[in-house]
Design a protein around this ligand. Structure first.
Ligand SMILES: [Zn+2]
Ligand SMILES: [Zn+2]
Length: 354
């Protein structure tokens, strides 16, 4: 759809005047001060109020066009702060015996889920404010992320285990079984939507409900297909980074290689989280994420009106115009109006005070 232009200036319009029934550009609209703190936007042609024109976020910028920005986010100031914090905490936890590794993985999942949600809200910041409760804010995201990754390969693995128990001896039969590949493809298509739902706040039960997950994936349509492809592509640099981290850990230096390993390990998951969040930010209204009207943005965001308001509002101009009135008919009876007379204070009854 071509952006509407105003007639007087042939410029891109950002407002609509209902009274003129015409699009209005910044030069056609003036800011009028009603009181000290209240202003309104009026049409310079007629003086009436104008309403801002809006468009859907997806029309402002498509999901595909927003993806390249996600690749650079981990290297932005907010991204680097997040990487430094996460790497430091995870490195310290990795020295804890026993459950340190599991807690570290859960914390990382919680951070990534938080990143999905803050991105879906349109924020570029890294927010950790919602990590206050260890069970619901750290452990649950960890379990959800684990379930998400397991969903990719578990159905295919279960099929292999029951139908091809001797797969190690006869790998050809297993590899050429179409059901194995169908289940694997199904897992790859299913898991991102399940993880996205889980990150956005759906329960574990909803993540495992094909009705909920498949319906939402279908509602997101083409954009979801793009997400699956991009996540699939990101899988390869993620493997490279994992290998790099393992090599770093072989260095005979304490702490520092492990810190670097955890820092580089952030890159791909952070990019993936940003991309998932951007999908919700752009098309979340399709899956009832937030209010529909929140997905409408100004056609000319941040552009102030530049016009000059007409001297007097239209109503006053109209009321000053001369009008012809028929002469008033003579009254039939002369009205007698009693004149108000002054009361004598001495004749009045005393005032009752209760
Ligand atoms: Zn107007
Ligand atoms: Zn104009």
């Amino acid at each position: 759809m071509l952006p509407p232009k105003c007639k007087p200036h042939q410029q891109r319009a950002g407002w609509h005047c209902a009274s003129c029934n015409a699009p209005r550009c910044p030069d056609c609209v003036a800011t009028k001060h009603v009181t000290y703190s209240t202003t309104m936007e009026v049409c310079t042609q007629c003086g009436e109020l104008v309403t801002p024109l809006t468009q859907h976020r997806a029309d402002q910028r498509s999901f595909a066009a927003r993806i390249p920005g996600a690749l650079g986010w981990p290297l932005s100031k907010q991204g680097l702060v997040a990487i430094a914090g996460v790497a430091l905490v995870r490195t310290v936890l990795s020295y804890l015996p026993g459950l340190g590794w599991g807690l570290s993985a859960c914390l990382f999942a919680a951070v990534c889920f938080g990143l999905v949600r803050s991105t879906a809200r349109g924020s570029d910041d890294f927010e950790t404010s919602d990590l206050s409760d260890v069970f619901t804010d750290v452990l649950v995201p960890g379990i959800k992320a684990l379930v998400g990754t397991v969903l990719v390969w578990l159905p295919a693995a279960l099929w292999l285990g029951t139908r091809h128990p001797g797969a190690a001896q006869n790998p050809l039969a297993a590899v050429t079984d179409p059901v194995v590949w169908l289940l694997l493809v199904g897992g790859v298509l299913y898991a991102p939507m399940a993880v996205l739902s889980g990150a956005a706040g759906s329960s574990l039960f909803a993540m495992l409900s094909p009705l909920h997950v498949v319906r939402n994936a279908l509602k997101l349509g083409q954009a979801y297909g793009l997400l699956v492809v991009v996540l699939g592509v990101l899988f390869f640099p993620w493997l490279v980074v994992l290998a790099l981290g393992t090599m770093l850990n072989l260095l005979p230096v304490p702490f520092l290689p492990r810190l670097l390993d955890h820092a580089v390990a952030c890159y791909v998951p952070f990019v993936a989280s940003r991309i998932m969040g951007l999908l919700l930010y752009t098309h979340g209204d399709r899956v009832e994420y937030g209010l529909e009207r929140d997905y409408q943005v100004a056609l000319l965001p941040g552009v102030p009106p530049r016009g000059v308001a007409p001297e007097a509002p239209a109503e006053q101009k109209r009321s000053r115009a001369p009008i012809e009135l028929p002469p008033e008919p003579e009254p039939l009876i002369e009205a007698t109006v009693e004149k108000p007379r002054e009361l004598d204070p001495d004749t009045l009854p005393p005032l009752k005070v209760e």
